[in-house]
Design a protein around this ligand. Structure first.
Ligand code: 4AD
Ligand code: MG
Length: 436
């Protein structure tokens, strides 16, 4: 049977098929029967629809199958579409042919199960309406990121996943046995991207990123996807503007494509649309501390990183993402340069999302001072030899350049309004979980 003979449930719910006989295939979402009638809700990727299966309208054998097939059984049916205001979605399918493709065993997932149980059953829970909506939105976000950069003249450029160096501090590196040596899983694409901007000038990438994050938080994964950009000739101010444009573009795409999914997740399409048209403010780290002191009566010692709680309190005063620049240089990665106009700080930024979702983007201008980077790496106990290739990039026609990384799952969690970042990625890896 050719593809186009199958009608998608959404098409039926749109009213275009009323009183027609259609063929639908999918999975049993809910089922109940009494006597000579069975009510079966079928789901496909586009939605769910109620069907009624009556004894007499189909063969006795098919009716037996319809009564006994458990949820998640895969089925193919044919039936007449009837408008019925009592049915969820407003339409019902009166079945005249019912075929089970595969009778499901008793589905292990029932109502009100614990998050841990659902994570154990992730391979099955992935079918839930919630996760289906999240991964549709995630797909839009990933597509939007590619589209954004490609439409703005960036080349996609790939870095190795196995890397001998740290980028964001040695303590979160995942070590890998590499023949008779050891190496690490990528913490960032950045260092290799810096090699490529001297030819390709504007580049981006989205790829798996690994951090041995020992803390269990609702924002940290051990494996996540980072969307990074790097550009020659750009400074800190330039990239903060790119980052703001990127986020607004993502929001616009999601609003345009995922109305239904946002509603299922309880997110306001209107609010996200407004956000996509807003200016996002930029403040400095020092200004953030002032806000915390004046408006939240919260004293943060100058020089300390902003913790989750402080980011949350700060965001009480903003309804759009905020760019925070000029963090204290001491707490910054080795490649972030000193700001010549404010020597205690680095030319760097984080973008912080509203509503407690925290840092969604981190980036900086890149240091071109080999001596300073050498000192900072030595202080961290790094082998300088490993970074000579990186210093070479400053030796042969260096130019000012900058870049940032966006945490894909952080953005998905924020836009979908998720309680935990684990639901923003299909199969999450955390300190305590690396299966299924
Ligand atoms: O701020 P980070 O560590 O920046 C970098 O890695 C730079 N080298 C990027 C660059 O300039 N090219 O990470 C970037 C973003 C964070 O803002 C956060 O959104 C996300 O990656 N992130 C994580 N997301 C989930 N789980 C984790 N453990 C994360 N660590 C960082
Ligand atoms: Mg960061």
């Amino acid at each position: 049977m050719s593809e186009d003979q199958w009608v998608k449930i959404k098409e039926i719910l749109s009213g275009k098929k009323t009183d027609e006989t259609v063929k639908v295939r999918g999975w049993i979402y809910r089922t109940r029967s009494s006597g000579n009638i069975a009510f079966i809700i079928i789901r496909d990727v586009t939605g769910t629809i109620q069907t009624t299966v009556k004894k007499g309208n189909i063969s006795d054998e098919q009716f037996e199958d319809a009564k006994t097939a458990l949820i998640e059984s895969s089925i193919k049916v044919s039936g007449t579409v009837k408008k019925d205001d009592r049915a969820p979605g407003g339409y019902e399918l009166k079945v005249n042919d019912f075929n089970v493709v595969d009778f499901a065993e008793v589905f292990p997932i029932t109502k009100d199960q614990s998050p841990e149980f659902l994570l154990d059953q992730r391979h099955l829970w992935i079918r839930s309406q919630k996760l289906t909506s999240i991964f549709k939105i995630r797909s839009t976000i990933v597509g939007a990121i590619h589209k954004f950069f490609r439409e703005n003249g960036y080349y996609e450029f790939d870095a190795p996943v196995l890397q001998p160096n740290q980028c964001e501090g040695g303590s979160t590196l995942f070590e890998v046995k590499y023949y008779d040596n050891k190496t690490y899983l990528s913490q960032s694409w950045q260092l290799y991207a810096e090699a490529a901007v001297f030819s390709l000038e504007k580049i981006y990438n989205m790829g798996p990123t690994f951090r041995a994050e020992k803390s269990k938080t609702s924002r940290h994964l051990s494996e996540f996807w980072m969307a990074e950009m790097e550009a020659a000739w750009m400074n800190l101010k330039d990239i903060t503007e790119v980052a703001k444009d990127e986020i607004r573009f993502i929001l616009k795409e999601v609003v345009e494509k995922n109305n239904e999914d946002l509603k299922i997740l309880g997110q306001s399409v209107d609010d996200l649309k407004k956000l996509s048209e807003k200016e996002f403010p930029t403040i400095t780290y020092s200004e953030a501390l002032d806000i915390l002191k004046e408006k939240e009566n919260l004293d943060v010692e100058w020089g300390k990183d902003l913790r989750t709680i402080e980011e949350e309190k700060l965001m009480n005063h903003f309804d759009a993402p905020v760019v925070v620049t000029n963090y204290p240089i001491e707490i910054m990665a080795f490649y972030k340069p000193r700001d010549p106009d404010d020597k205690k700080t680095a030319l760097c930024f984080d973008m912080i999302a509203p509503k407690g979702y925290g840092e969604i983007i981190g980036g900086s201008q890149r240091s071109i001072d080999i001596a300073d980077m050498t000192k900072r790496l030595k202080d961290m106990g790094e082998k300088i030899d490993n970074y000579e290739w990186y210093f070479d990039l400053r030796r042969y026609g260096s130019v000012p350049h900058s870049g940032y990384g966006l945490g894909v799952e952080r953005v998905v969690a924020w836009i979908c309004g998720l309680d935990n970042i684990k639901d923003a990625i299909p199969f999450p890896r955390t300190v305590t979980r690396f299966s299924p």
